[in-house]
Design a protein around this ligand. Structure first.
Ligand code: SAH
Length: 352
């Protein structure tokens, strides 16, 4: 039995003929959100039976869900082999309607997906790292996170959704499967989420950044920088010993970016560690000549962590300094502070 969510339409067309059947099957799964082959009523009955004997597409079981006051929701999913992953649904903008009910502004959603069970990066501030690395997710396990949530929330398939690979795991350490998930998600007969709406976030695997550049997928890239000198970065992110800041910046120079988009740099502000104006100054120097956007993240404390959340006034001063040097910079609204939102927290609870 094989999982249909692992297939691009081209791949499935090698097995299922005639080709229009592939389109039908995908539309039933990804656009009409059916639960079983028997609900695919436009297919002949014996063909539905054949499919059900050879393929499946149920991938995830939801064990737990937490809803935050700010509307974000965190899902704890169990995979077929019992491993746990998390996915976060983030409503970014509410729908706005005029008095006569006309939609003025569409609601915007972002879904934050996991790419691995656990993680090898071992960043000192991140909870996912604490349990070490278990395994890579298959393309189907990545795709299923988005499908599950769209289906559960009954979000019409054509409604725009952004995907960020910022859940558990290091996406570039699972590049092959992540790249395939980007492709599957972007197909017209599936969820039609353009690669431009998908952001891959990395702790800075320079070699894989180059490989990703060669693939020219069209997905956006975000770098979790978090520190501007190698000594501090290696302390926070041991992966920096394998690929230092210079190597990452060198890999980024050749990264193809869409004309209107910028490279995103995430900078996690930790109280007293990297949140001073001197750090902001060095960051400006480092980003000189790069079409960059900086996203400041406020450290999200978790049980047992030695770090503290930065003071808001320091975060604002940091942001003001970058803006004064004409670097586009936002402070990421910390969503879900009341619901174990820091990576890895919910999966910890699931095991309690
Ligand atoms: N491995 C990838 C993607 C997963 S982490 C990466 O490193 O980019 C997604 C983002 O959450 C990263 O920027 C990571 O540094 C950040 N993060 C991890 N733990 C956090 C915490 N406790 N508070 C705030 N952000 C955190």
């Amino acid at each position: 039995m094989r999982n249909l969510l692992d297939f691009t339409s081209e791949e499935l067309a090698l097995e299922i003929k005639p080709k229009f059947r592939v389109k039908q099957i995908f539309q039933w799964i990804y656009q009409k959100y059916v639960d079983s082959f028997y609900d695919m009523t436009s297919l002949p009955m014996d063909f539905r039976k054949y499919l059900s004997e050879n393929y499946y597409f149920k991938t995830l079981e939801c064990l737990r869900k937490e809803t935050s006051r700010d509307g974000s929701e965190k899902y704890l999913f169990k995979l077929k082999d019992g491993e746990l992953i998390e996915t976060v649904f983030l409503p970014m903008k509410k729908e706005e309607k005029s008095n006569n009910g006309k939609i003025l502004k569409e609601a915007k959603f972002t879904i934050c997906v996991s790419s691995q069970v656990g993680c090898k990066s071992a960043c000192s501030f991140c909870l996912t790292a604490k349990d070490g690395f278990k395994r890579n997710l298959n393309p189907s396990e990545i795709v299923a996170q988005i499908l599950y949530i769209k289906k559960e929330k009954n979000i019409p398939y054509e409604k725009r959704v952004n995907v960020v690979y910022m859940g558990m795991g290091e996406p570039l350490d699972n590049l092959k499967n992540v790249a395939k998930a980007v492709k599957i998600l972007s197909e017209n007969d599936t969820l039609a989420i353009s690669p431009k709406r998908q952001t891959i976030s990395t702790s800075g695997l320079a070699k894989q950044i180059k490989e990703l550049a060669k693939m020219d997928l069209g997905a956006l890239l975000a770098i979790s920088l978090h520190a501007v000198d190698d000594e501090l970065r290696s302390e926070l992110m041991p992966i920096n010993k394998a690929y230092n800041i210079g190597q990452i910046m060198e890999a980024l120079r050749d990264f193809p970016i869409n004309q209107r988009k910028r490279l995103m740099f995430e900078y996690l502000l930790i109280d007293g560690i990297n949140d001073k104006i001197e750090h902001a100054k060095k960051l400006v120097k480092l980003l000189n000549g790069i079409n960059a956007k900086v996203n400041l993240i406020l450290f999200n404390p978790h049980f047992g962590s030695i770090y503290k959340r930065p003071k808001m006034e320091n975060a604002i001063a940091f942001q003001d300094y970058l803006s004064s040097k004409r670097i586009v910079c936002t402070i990421r609204e910390s969503k879900g502070l009341d619901i174990s939102a820091a990576c890895g927290q919910l999966s910890k609870k699931g095991k309690e």
